[in-house]
Structure formats: structure tokens, C-alpha cells
Design a protein around this ligand. Structure first.
Ligand code: DC
Length: 230
């Protein structure tokens, strides 16, 4: 598929700072930010609302094929809308996070969402000259021919520390070693997913952000793009 624009794929494990990097790039470059994780979360949210059995792949696929999904930009914040409802915060609850493992594992869901992600990226390319795709498989499955593919990583401990900070800010409390275990469990699921699993192929630009703040990481990647025009 020819995008006729610049596609930037940002992949990596949970908590590596991908969304902060994608947001900053979207602001600086004017391309749309396509948060693919939000799409798997949204299918999970609808499935929970409709009390669909999460192991029923067919039913999850029907949701992914038929729901109305939109990203909206409001006061510089990315909002997620599903069937004309703002679900931005609803898709971030622990219940939806857990349910999203099922939607992410369903091939029917992945097929429908990958098609939608490509369509959104093409539209952003036509309107703004490029698109930023962020997730796990955006540089391997969604757009293998992306001009830039970044694989963001940081140690489990560092990712857990960042997660704890975010939770404390949101008024939630948790123990660091519990979060470390949760992140390890998520990594295992992400790397071992049968379809669309997290895979670092050789053409990724590896960015290890253990020693950088999220802002520093985002600026390092922006700088890389400026210095390596494609
Ligand atoms: O990045 P996140 O935590 O918002 O992702 C939510 C879920 O979707 C998580 O289980 C990983 C999965 N996911 C995926 O399988 N493929 C993607 N491209 C993005 C997310």
C-alpha cells in the first residue's frame, strides 16, 4: 500500500513512553496520532457493556467491524469516541485493560482494526502529509513499509516507576513490586501473542529510554527525524 506520506511507527512494550513520544511528534509535525492500543481497549469496553463473552472471537470481531470509532483533538488532548460517546477515560480502567487482552488476541478483531488503522493513516497522509502509528505491531503488520520505525524500550523497573508515578498522580496507590509483576505479565502476553505480537525486527531504530525522562525521549526521537529526512 502506498501511503504518499511519511509514516512513523512507534512500537514497544507497555510503559516505555510511546504515547508521550507520539503526542509530541504529532504536535511538532502536525500528523495525526493513531493510538492503536486505544482501539483494542475500545472493542473490549463495548464487549463489557454488551456482556459479550470475551472468549467469543466471532462476537468480538463483529464489534470491531461495526463500531464507529474516532479520535478527536480537543484542546490539544487526544479524545477517543466510540459510537458517538467520549470514552477517553473509560478505556483506561483496570477492568478494560484486562479485557483488552482478549480483544487483542482475537484475529477477527486484529484484521478489522488493522484495516481501520491503515485507512486512518492514509487519511492523515492525504490531509497532513504523514501519520504516527503507535502500538505493538504498527511497524511489522500495519505499515511494514513505514519510513521510520522506532522501538521504544526501558527496563521493567524504570517502566514500573513511571507507572507508579502516573497512578499516584491519579490518586491510586499500589506497591512498586506489584506493578513490576504486572508489567512482566503484560510483556509476556505482548511478546507471545499469536497474531500481531510485539516483535523487534532489524529495521527498527532501537531507543532505550531507561536513562531519559519521557520528555527527553520524545525530543531525542524528534531530533532523529529532523536529522534523518526520508
Ligand atoms: O498500549 P495499550 O496498553 O493501550 O494496549 C492495550 C492492549 O492492546 C494491550 O493488551 C496490548 C494490545 N495492543 C496490541 O495487541 N496491538 C497494538 N498495536 C496495540 C495494543
Amino acid at each position: 500500500m502506498n501511503s504518499n506520506g511519511i509514516i512513523i511507527a512507534i512500537d514497544g512494550p507497555a510503559g516505555a513512553g510511546k504515547s508521550s513520544v507520539a503526542k509530541l511528534l504529532s504536535e511538532k509535525l502536525g500528523y495525526r496520532y493513531i493510538d492503536t492500543g486505544a482501539m483494542y481497549r475500545s472493542v473490549a469496553l463495548v464487549a463489557l457493556h454488551q456482556q459479550v463473552n470475551l472468549t467469543d472471537e466471532g462476537a468480538l470481531g463483529v464489534i470491531a467491524k461495526n463500531f464507529k470509532f474516532e479520535f478527536k483533538n480537543y484542546l490539544n488532548q487526544l479524545q477517543v469516541w466510540v459510537n458517538d460517546e467520549d470514552v477517553t477515560s473509560k478505556i483506561r480502567t483496570p477492568e478494560v485493560t484486562a479485557a483488552s487482552f482478549y480483544s487483542a488476541n482475537a484475529l477477527s478483531v486484529r484484521t478489522a482494526l488493522v484495516e481501520l488503522q491503515r485507512k486512518m493513516a492514509l487519511e492523515s497522509c492525504q490531509l497532513f502529509g504523514g501519520a504516527i502509528l503507535e502500538g505493538r505491531d504498527t511497524g511489522t503488520i500495519v505499515y511494514p513499509q513505514a519510513q521510520y520505525k522506532f522501538f521504544l524500550n526501558a527496563t521493567v523497573e524504570k517502566r514500573a516507576e513511571r507507572r507508579l508515578k502516573d497512578m499516584l498522580k491519579a490518586g491510586m496507590a499500589e506497591k512498586l513490586d506489584v506493578i513490576i509483576q504486572q508489567i512482566k505479565a503484560r510483556d509476556e502476553k505482548d511478546y507471545q501473542r499469536e497474531y500481531g505480537g510485539l516483535k523487534k525486527t532489524e529495521d527498527y531504530i532501537l531507543m532505550d529510554h531507561t536513562m531519559l525522562t519521557v520528555d527527553e525521549s520524545a525530543h531525542a526521537i524528534y531530533q532523529y527525524i529532523l536529522e534523518h529526512p526520508r
